[in-house]
Ligand binder design. Structure first.
Ligand code: GLN
Length: 188
């Protein structure tokens, strides 16, 4: 299975380590040609404004949209979820528009609080450990978007077709449930 991790900025190495733990080699993606024949790609947390500039400069924005249209699975965590959104607010910025959600970047504690919580999800019977670091908030969702996990009544992980997004960081815990779910999605 060929799975990429966008490696321009942010915590891509932690995603790489989680994939390795699951026996999958991470292909670090820095330019559009690195995306050849990927079945899935992870967009890590970090700073979405910086990441967006890289995506545009390298033509990775177009390559990601083409990949998604061709059936590639995409998992965005935190800043990666912001990149996937149809609309980004507070402050507004451009994004890929591959996930029918409106995300507010002015999320938990005006983007300063970090927090570890446990919450229910549709992925397993066990509670998921959720690490929030300046997390954005899903404010609106289109009819095709499914909520996979909530925290305090708000969605924190959603899926639309082969696009998965979480506002928390599963790569920063020892629990690989979310990555396993993504790998299944990418393999289908
Ligand atoms: N709020 C950050 C942003 O706008 C994302 C934070 C994160 O990825 N941990 O990019």
């Amino acid at each position: 299975m060929k799975i990429g991790v966008l490696a321009v900025q942010g915590d891509f190495e932690a995603h790489g380590k989680t994939l390795e733990r699951l026996g999958v080699h991470p292909w670090f993606v820095r330019r559009a040609s690195d995306m050849e024949s990927l079945q899935g790609i992870i967009l890590p947390g970090g700073e979405s404004t910086t990441q967006w500039k890289f995506l545009q400069a390298e033509g990775l924005d177009r390559a990601l949209c083409q990949g998604a249209a061709g059936g590639m699975a995409i998992f965005g965590t935190c800043a990666g979820a912001i990149l996937l959104a149809k609309e980004v607010r507070n402050p507004a910025q451009e994004s890929l528009g591959l996930l029918d959600v409106v995300l507010s970047r002015n999320g938990y504690g005006r983007q300063v609080d970090s927090d570890v919580r446990f919450g229910e999800s549709k992925l397993s019977a066990e509670a998921l450990e959720m690490v929030f670091i300046r997390a954005p908030i899903f404010e609106e969702m289109g009819p095709e978007v499914k909520v996979l996990a909530e925290n305090e009544g708000k969605p924190v992980m959603v899926q639309q077709g082969k696009v998965l997004a979480s506002t928390f960081h599963p790569e920063l815990t020892g629990d690989s449930t979310v990555h396993e779910y993504f790998l299944k999605l990418a393999g289908n």
